[in-house]
Write a protein that binds this ligand. Structure first.
Ligand code: WT7
Length: 651
């Protein structure tokens, strides 16, 4: 986590070039107009954006119905997301886009596919008809557990076409995690693949689905994309091949006219407890938010080739690989594999090969590439790039400078975009033609977004201030709830302050009104730009028969931002040795997925606790970041003395 003192000493500032500003979708004048309108009347601003950037079958009767914490946007209006992402690019003034590439896809082995808007439309209609033929009706949940292949985007759009909310589960999650998510959403159908390619080899997905569905009786059908052609078991009566179903499906499927508040998707994210939250997004508001921010912040033009490196399994992929770009008729690049396969220059070779002009990635990737050496990007022609973006965690100023210099050739503005799974779309970000950027700052809230900083006592601040990042007015892409858990929704986001959304991040605002996001202030770790709850990893650890008690904390890590450190007290009958470390790491991988595997496991006879029984996390965090241990089991912590010393202080 960057230290706010050093961040605030950051004096460097970068103006967009006159050339960039001149051609920007939102120049200084429009931006300042929109800022004023958004400040004074956010609903009017968003209504204007909804008219400009989204096509509606039926207009709304009311822009916003706000009964805190429940919001309805564009009340009474009807639209369809797949219509906005596809059909409207095939007819009317934009009909020429029918032969434009919607998706350029490259697999890790180097195979490629380019899918035009007309072709994508046909495939989406086909798969929507497949879903219908399998009994999926409006409102039924469909789980997508897939590698980064075009079929994932097709399946998403097909769901939106018929109003079946999708729940995408990142392909790196384990069978256990998948089953939990399927059950929570009560999904009837799962779309998966035999496997995908990563790190130069095929991995399997279908076997994970088989294990998950064994514990998920709600699933009636499993549709399988043949990606790797590895052997998989197909259960008759349940499992069907994608290509066989598609071969017989009609390309005629009119888009359902859906209510603006019809559920669009559920996406699970970590919180401070062991159970992931099913974040619910709905149709009209979400679409308005992502279509508008994509156009303004990524400055999209019809001749751009846009690449966001996120996996579609995360919110960044939902909003800015698929929905935002396609709603704008853009060409979006999808890459299946690992950044460094077959060599450390794969990403840069992709930029050169496809002429990528807008590139959006995460600080953890940037730091990895800094370490790998400048020679790799320098061996490729990156002159097609004109705009860069960053998302997922605070970007440290030195990584920003490297990105600016080595990747952007000092000519590309950088948009550092702050947002969350819950916000649906970008909330705080530079508008690249209209604002000076400072390395490490996401600059200012997007027009129509009311962000503020509250102090420890819950008072709103003005001017230069530090504290908790909050949102004081509803916005169209906001989450509408946690699937099946109203109480948790209210408590988590709206319980701290009245009518105000609590983001869980610490932030600082400087004299010029720029926001500097510091990072999570709750028990949620940001590992490589992805949220993992400490409790989630703890529950996984204690579910092992070897563990009596566990406490998990994050410690700063140069590449991943945060490394997971687990303090474990083994059961009396268990030997604390390297074999146990290996066993526990494997166990967490099985329970959640490799992304949650602790970097370090340290054993202790007892965890330091306050008299009331609360684990003293602050102490554990200090210990975890204070010193490096050579071997995983080289220290057996003895917390008894420390615990006694700190007891009164922590109580
Ligand atoms: C958390 C949300 C939606 C983005 C992908 C992660 C951190 C995100 C930034 C940024 C500083 C950032 C915050 C936030 N975060 N972007 N530009 N600067 N911090 O989505 O998994 O929902 O995590 O990521 O801590 O709360 P997510």
């Amino acid at each position: 986590m960057p230290d706010i003192e050093s961040l605030l000493k950051e004096r460097r500032s970068f103006k967009p070039s006159a050339d960039f500003s001149r051609q920007a979708n939102w120049n200084k004048r429009t931006t300042s107009e929109y800022r004023k309108l958004g400040e004074k009347n956010p609903t009017k601003f968003w209504a204007k954006m909804a008219k400009e950037n989204v096509d509606w079958f039926k207009p709304w009767t009311k822009v916003l119905d706000w009964k805190p914490p429940f919001a309805k946007w564009f009340v009474g209006a009807k639209t369809n997301v797949s219509y906005n992402c596809l059909d409207r690019h095939l007819e009317g003034p934009n009909a020429w886009r029918k032969n434009k590439a919607a998706i350029i896809w490259e697999g890790e082995p180097g195979d490629t596919r380019t899918i035009t808007y007309a072709e994508l439309h046909k495939d989406v209609c086909r798969f929507a008809n497949v879903l219908k033929s399998q009994g999926i009706k409006k409102g039924d949940r469909v789980c997508l557990y897939m590698p980064m292949v075009p079929e994932l985007a097709i399946a998403m759009l097909a769901c939106t076409r018929i109003g079946a909310p999708h729940s995408i589960v990142f392909g790196g999650f384990s069978a256990e995690a998948l089953s939990d998510r399927i059950n929570d959403a009560q999904a009837k159908l799962v779309v998966t693949a035999d496997g995908g390619y990563r790190k130069g080899a095929a991995f399997g997905l279908k076997e994970m689905v088989d294990a998950a569905v064994a514990k998920s009786p709600c699933v009636e059908t499993v549709v399988v994309v043949a990606r790797t052609n590895q052997d998989v078991e197909m259960k008759s009566g349940r499992d069907l091949w994608w290509h066989e179903l598609m071969a017989d499906a009609s390309t005629n499927c009119p888009p359902a006219k859906l209510d603006a508040e019809h559920p669009l998707f559920i996406l699970y994210t970590s919180g401070t407890t062991g159970n992931p939250k099913g974040i619910l997004h709905t149709t009209g508001g979400y679409l308005t938010h992502v279509a508008t921010t994509f156009k303004a912040i990524f400055d999209i033009k019809d001749d751009d080739v846009y690449w966001c490196t996120a996996d579609i399994g995360w919110i960044t992929g939902h909003s800015y690989v698929v929905y935002g770009p396609l709603a704008n008729g853009a060409t979006t690049l999808m890459y299946e594999g690992t950044p460094t396969e077959p060599g450390p220059d794969r990403w840069w070779s992709l930029i050169e090969k496809w002429g990528v002009s807008i590139f959006y990635t995460a600080p953890t990737a940037i730091r990895t590439f800094i370490r790998l050496g400048d020679e790799h990007p320098k061996s490729h022609d990156l002159s097609s790039l004109r705009l860069l973006g960053s998302v997922g965690e605070p970007i440290n100023p030195e990584a920003w400078m490297w990105y600016h210099r080595v990747i952007g050739g000092k000519r590309c503005p950088i948009v550092d975009t702050w947002w969350q799974t819950e916000t649906g779309g970008i909330m705080i970000s530079p508008l690249p033609g209209a604002i000076d950027t400072k390395p490490g700052s996401a600059t200012k809230p997007f027009p129509g977004i009311h962000a503020n900083i509250f102090d420890e006592e819950g008072n709103a601040t003005t001017g230069e201030a530090g504290g908790f990042l909050v949102l004081t007015h509803p916005w169209p892409g906001m989450l509408r709830g946690i699937w099946g858990d109203k109480k948790r929704f209210k408590e988590t986001y709206w319980g701290k302050y009245d009518n105000t959304y609590f983001a869980g991040d610490g932030a600082h605002r400087d004299k010029s009104g720029y926001f500097w996001i510091i990072g999570r202030i709750d028990d949620v770790m940001n590992v490589s730009g992805h949220r993992i709850g400490t409790m989630e990893v703890e529950s996984a650890l204690v579910s092992s028969t070897d563990v009596a008690e566990a406490a998990v904390v994050g410690r700063p890590d140069e590449i991943t931002g945060t490394a997971i450190v687990a303090f474990v007290s083994p059961k009396a009958t268990t030997t604390a040795d390297d074999a146990l470390v290996a066993r526990l790491k494997k166990h967490v991988t099985k329970e959640i997925g490799a992304i949650a595997r602790p970097t370090e496991i340290r054993f202790t006879n007892a965890l330091p606790k306050t008299r009331s029984g609360k684990i003293m996390r602050r102490l554990l965090r200090d210990i975890a970041s204070g010193r490096d241990v050579a071997g995983d089991t080289s220290t057996l912590e003895d917390f008894s003395v420390l615990a006694k010393l700190r007891e009164s202080e922590e109580d």
